[in-house]
Design a protein around this ligand. Structure first.
Ligand SMILES: NC(=O)c1ccc[n+]([C@@H]2O[C@H](COP(=O)([O-])OP(=O)(O)OC[C@H]3O[C@@H](n4cnc5c(N)ncnc54)[C@H](O)[C@@H]3O)[C@@H](O)[C@H]2O)c1
Length: 274
């Protein structure tokens, strides 16, 4: 049963490892014996093999990190993300999705057969079905940030709030890439967390942007926020060899919040059951 998760001695790349869910996942990965390469705009305190300053909204910054990353990678964890507000819709989509896709596509050729990718979406992206046509149109653009900027300016009705759209993009991108990646022996999945105590939540609540009682509407029936490890752990599980036949999935990690909505047991405030 030693090395049951398969990370011992493996090289993994993780964004957003300076705090929150990414820091929790990075810490667990180091404890499991992985060689961890962390990309973040902020200082990383987990004792990783290498921490590299990267701004996920800047493709040149991502490009500059590439020579510092290993030629062969077992797993990629896409954890970096911000809320809007306080971030602008454009910056939010850049950081949460455009940067994520840009990095992922640069690293796919380095991910080995049997490797995998796991990203963090959100409950806020769960209403992806009614937006499938528009998001697919956005995903069909070339992956340049300029193309994204132009599309967002021309289609504000679909992306003006920024955050939900960025997370719908992650969910649909994850499902869309599963076929191509399966042919390379690579898996791809994402999780959709319910409200979690983290720096993200502090930013979302900061300066009264979103009051506690508005966020409480999205808490599961256990009545509490998740901890950052309660999101980091399932991410590590999804990218581990215990999940070796799991791909193309968006896993709600929400103590049953979405299940309650789908079963009509609570109001569908986000339209996720449509
Ligand atoms: N906290 C929640 O309630 C919640 C719920 C659903 C989804 N999420 C998602 O979870 C992910 C992790 O967030 P968290 O809750 O752990 O918050 P967090 O703020 O603690 O962590 C986010 C990390 O992303 C990094 N980051 C932010 N902007 C960056 C940039 N431009 N370039 C590089 N790194 C950058 C931050 O420095 C930080 O380390 C995010 O994608 C967020 O959208 C959070």
């Amino acid at each position: 049963m030693k090395n049951v998760l398969g990370y011992q001695g493996e090289k993994v790349v993780i964004t957003g490892a300076a705090s929150g869910m990414g820091a929790a996942a990075a810490k667990l990965l180091t404890e499991l014996g992985a060689e961890v390469y962390a990309l973040d705009i902020a200082q990383v305190s987990v004792p990783v093999a290498k921490a590299i300053k990267v701004d996920m909204k800047d493709p040149a910054s991502i490009d500059a990190a590439l020579p510092e990353l290993p030629d062969e990678i077992y797993a990629l964890f896409n954890c970096a993300g911000v809320p809007s507000p306080p971030f602008s819709p454009l910056d939010t989509v850049y950081i949460n999705f455009c940067g994520l896709r840009y990095l992922t596509e640069l690293l796919i050729p380095r991910i080995k057969n049997g490797g995998s990718i796991a990203s963090i979406a959100s409950t806020a992206g769960m209403a992806w079905r009614p937006k499938l046509t528009q998001v697919n149109e956005f995903l069909a653009l070339d992956s340049s940030f300029d193309a994204a900027t132009k599309w967002m300016a021309e289609n504000p009705e679909h992306c003006a709030e920024g955050y939900g759209f960025s997370k719908q993009c992650i969910i649909i991108y994850t499902m869309s890439m599963a076929k191509e990646l399966a042919q390379k022996g690579i898996r791809i999945n994402c999780i959709s967390p319910s409200p979690t105590a983290s720096g993200f939540m502090d930013k979302l609540k900061g300066e009264g942007q979103m009051p506690d009682d508005a966020i409480d509407l999205f808490l599961p029936s256990n009545g509490r926020y998740a901890t950052r490890s309660e999101m980091g752990d399932p991410l590590v599980l999804l990218n581990s060899k215990l999940s070796s036949f799991v791909s193309g999935q968006n896993l709600p990690v929400d103590y049953g919040y979405c299940a309650e909505v789908f079963m009509g047991q609570r109001d569908d405030l986000l339209g996720i059951a449509k």
